[in-house]
Design a protein around this ligand. Structure first.
Ligand SMILES: *Cc1c(COP(=O)(O)O)cnc(C)c1O
Length: 431
């Protein structure tokens, strides 16, 4: 299938080229030319399918021609070798846990899929691909783990010194091999600016192939639809009207869920829950999109003032506000409300939610005030241990460190200290 740029001033490209480029030459995001619904028999029989078969049917149309069916099956088996359990916490409220992968955040799915696609594509050609990525925390670890040891792909992660958690820093600085961490003397915005400058730097581009591993990349964004289908498979027998509440920052995750709905998955409504970075909740009130600088919160992976994937959501609804409003509600919550939710979930259900999952829970509760009969699923996007300090402090409870995290705790951090873009460039050219 071909992908076009949402700015519509660049040529259409294949899936392969969309993945290698990351973003179109006119700076637009790539979008699939068609979303062909799956046959109703697929949804009728979904409970008999293994997760990797569901994923294969869902993504095949988007990658066909570029990855053979056999290669695609192998990639998916490898990417999806962990669980996506749904637990019912309260009457008609369930949690979908997305943290059973190697770095314990949902980003493992997209990062692993993208890594294997790029590995597959760079096998055919001798020239290597360089993945450049800025992280405020979880993306770096998922990308480092997903791309570790992938032949023909070098990964350079830029992270802001002193502004990611200790566990997050270890996940991206201790792996070695084809993964390098640049420790930037600055903020996340500075890291992101350096990455964007690199993508426009003619001299760099003459010397190397560069791509991005943020959710603007189609290979990171699209596979996130898989686990909405896995959740549906687990809840279908309940025969209820299903709604998903997705804690959202850049809106890639929820947008992928909406693609699953376009494929025919029976779901009634989506809820985008945010922290005080409320650009989208405001938009859903006023129909006026007005981005603002991000504010720091305890759900820091969602501290985004101008969500990059929201343009894809608007496009899915042909920029028709009323149509979008029928299918999407969006609410924002403060840190105080989030902490209170973490405490009440723990008290009522003995369940430890991380701050992001708790925002999702709040969004669902709010929606259910007016729609009490729906069956709601909120996404627990990361394991609470990744936000150890705030979770332990809020619940007055110490957490057990799971083996995936324990493994990186004793390893030595290695990073290259960088202050300016020129140093990033010299580093890339000198490798
Ligand atoms: C990245 C992230 C989010 C936000 O996901 P988007 O796709 O950017 O909306 C939410 N929770 C956690 C834990 C994350 O790491």
């Amino acid at each position: 299938m071909n992908f076009y740029s949402l700015h519509r001033e660049a040529p259409k490209v294949s899936f392969k080229e969309a993945v290698i480029r990351g973003i179109a030459p006119d700076r637009g995001l790539y979008f699939p030319e068609k979303i062909e619904p799956l046959p109703t028999s697929f949804f009728e029989g979904i409970e008999d399918l293994a997760n990797d078969e569901i994923a294969f049917e869902a993504i095949r149309q988007f990658v066909s021609e570029d990855i053979s069916e056999n290669a695609l099956r192998t990639i998916l088996r490898d990417v999806l070798d962990f669980d996506f359990p749904v637990h019912e916490l309260e009457h008609n409220i369930a949690v979908l846990e997305l943290f059973h992968g190697p770095t314990m955040a949902f980003k493992d799915v997209g990062a692993r899929f993208m890594a294997r696609c790029l590995g597959h594509f760079s096998k055919e050609k001798s020239n290597e691909v360089n993945v450049l990525v800025a992280t405020s925390g979880d993306t770096g670890g998922a990308v480092a783990s997903g791309f570790l040891g992938v032949q023909g792909v070098n990964v350079v992660i830029l992270y802001p010194r002193g502004k990611v958690s200790d566990i997050q820093e270890r996940q991206l600085t201790t792996l070695g091999q084809n993964i390098v961490a640049l420790e930037i003397d600055g903020t996340f915005d500075d890291c992101q600016k350096m990455v964007k400058t690199a993508f426009l730097d003619e001299e760099l581009l003459e010397n190397m192939r560069l791509t991005s591993a943020n959710s603007i990349n189609a290979a990171r964004w699209l596979p996130q639809m898989f686990y909405f289908l896995f959740a549906y498979k687990q809840l279908k027998a309940k025969n209820k009207e299903i709604v998903f509440s997705v804690p959202s920052g850049n809106f890639g995750n929820i947008c992928a869920g909406m693609v699953a709905q376009k494929l025919g998955m029976p779901v009634n409504h989506f809820i985008a829950a945010t922290n005080v970075n409320d650009t989208v909740p405001q938009f859903m009130q006023t129909a006026n999109y007005s981005p603002k600088p991000s504010m720091a919160t305890i759900s820091n992976a969602m501290d985004v003032g101008d969500p990059s994937n929201f343009i894809r959501i608007r496009h899915l609804y042909e920029d028709n506000f009323d149509l979008l409003k029928q299918n999407l509600s969006s609410y924002s919550f403060t840190d105080t409300e989030t902490k209170a939710a973490m405490r009440s979930i723990y008290k009522e259900s003995k369940y430890i939610a991380d701050p992001h999952g708790a925002v999702g829970y709040l969004g669902l509760k709010k929606f259910r005030e007016k729609h009490p009969d729906v069956y709601g699923i909120f996404l627990e996007t990361a394991h609470p241990v990744k936000f150890l300090d705030v979770v332990e402090e809020t619940l007055g409870q110490s957490l057990e460190i799971p083996p995936q995290i324990q493994k990186v705790m004793d390893k030595e951090k290695k990073s290259v200290k960088i202050s300016t873009y020129l140093e990033v460039k010299e580093y890339l050219l000198g490798r």
